[in-house]
Design a protein around this ligand. Structure first.
Ligand code: FAD
Length: 327
């Protein structure tokens, strides 16, 4: 049997952003449900350890996730395990959030914190050595590769820019691309070409991540797509930048987004759909970190409280007192 339940706020996704938003909406005494398809934690559960969460010099990803989850429930937010299929703004300005099992959650405001998914190479060893050499985040993991030889895979802005960034730590950075030119902007390319620690390998694809007897990555097997030659690069890190897909498919109807599909918001995290707020990795912004996700979420949760108050009074909530969206 399916159910329909009413809340003041529905939060989609229990990564750092969703859990932080729940803490704040709960603290504002708003009835809150967090809908999460898996175990709460989001990408923290794919992160071996973090050394950039302020206040903890080093903390395991799952440990931080558990702390977030426990804390976020203190003020009464309810967690439901469910995969959200659709969030729709109804003609009366309220939202209906539907899950795969057919249950419905209605609310006057929704915060979407569904994150995104790094595109994988899909080669043997990639999953096995994730967090043990294979990474999808240079800012997060670069510092673990001081004086290592690493490979960056990809040819867009992210790959070229992050490869240049990684030379701060690594002794040598190979940048491997399946074509004979980068898609990245010229200025980023020039910076990389001028970097003595970087070496580009054109027309090559990764075939397998190899490991040592300690379970860490030790090399990458690659294939030249023109000659077919296969060789092994001695590298203890492989940073994959072949795309990142924001999980925005659940939002029904048009919403403003950037050219990569990330959701655009105003400064109070409201999307172009009034009452629909977005926070964390799926939002269009400079960088994607736990700190930025929880910062977004804090703003979104407080904005929701103001939005609901304004809605009850028949007025509007505006970012910084200028413009804004009608309710
Ligand atoms: C390998 C790796 C290492 C990283 N290391 C660091 C680091 O050291 N330091 C740092 O600051 N940042 C790090 N990051 C980045 C950081 O993890 C993210 O910026 C952060 O997790 C974003 O939080 P979020 O809540 O926006 O999204 P996510 O963490 O992606 O959480 C989104 C949640 O939404 C859920 N969800 C998605 N779709 C649905 C749906 N339809 N229905 C229900 N639930 C749904 C997902 O299951 C997930 O739990 C790392 C990222 C990766 C991939």
């Amino acid at each position: 049997m399916t159910t329909t339940r009413d809340f003041e706020v529905v939060i989609v996704g229990a990564g750092p952003a969703g859990m932080c938003a729940a803490l704040y909406t709960g603290r504002s005494m708003l009835t809150t449900v967090v809908l999460e398809r898996g175990i709460p934690g989001g990408e923290l559960l794919n992160t071996e350890k973090l050394d950039d969460w302020i206040g903890e010099k080093s903390i395991l990803g799952w440990e931080l996730a558990k702390k977030f989850e426990d804390h976020s429930k203190v003020f009464g937010a309810e967690y439901v395990t469910a995969n959200v299929s659709c969030v729709t703004r109804l003609p009366d300005g309220t939202f209906e959030t539907v899950t795969d099992d057919g249950n419905r959650f209605t609310s006057p405001a929704v915060i979407v914190t569904a994150g995104g998914t790094p595109v994988k190479l899909g080669i043997p060893g990639e999953v096995e050595f994730a967090g043990k050499g294979v990474s999808y985040c240079a800012i997060c993991d670069g510092a673990f590769f001081k004086q290592h030889t690493i490979v960056v895979v990809g040819g867009g802005d992210a790959a070229v820019e992050e490869a240049d960034f990684l030379t701060r730590y690594a002794a040598k950075v190979y940048v491997m691309h399946r074509r004979d030119s980068f898609r990245a902007s010229k200025i980023l390319q020039e910076r990389l070409f001028a970097n003595p620690k970087a070496e580009v390998i054109w027309n090559a694809v990764a075939e397998e991540v190899l490991g040592d007897d300690q379970g860490l990555m030790s090399a990458l097997r690659i294939r030249d797509v023109i000659t077919g030659e296969v060789r092994t690069l001695d590298a203890t890190g492989c940073f994959v930048f072949v795309g990142f897909r924001p999980n925005t498919g659940i939002i029904n109807g048009h919403f403003d987004h950037d050219e990569m599909g990330y959701v655009k918001t105003d400064t109070i995290m409201q999307t172009s759909i009034p009452g629909l707020f977005a926070a964390g990795d799926l939002r269009s912004q400079l960088t994607r970190q736990v700190t930025t996700a929880v910062g977004d979420a804090t703003t979104a949760a407080i904005a929701v409280e103001k939005y609901l108050k304004a809605r009850a009074e028949g007025s509007v909530v505006t970012p910084e007192g200028t413009g804004g969206y009608a309710i």
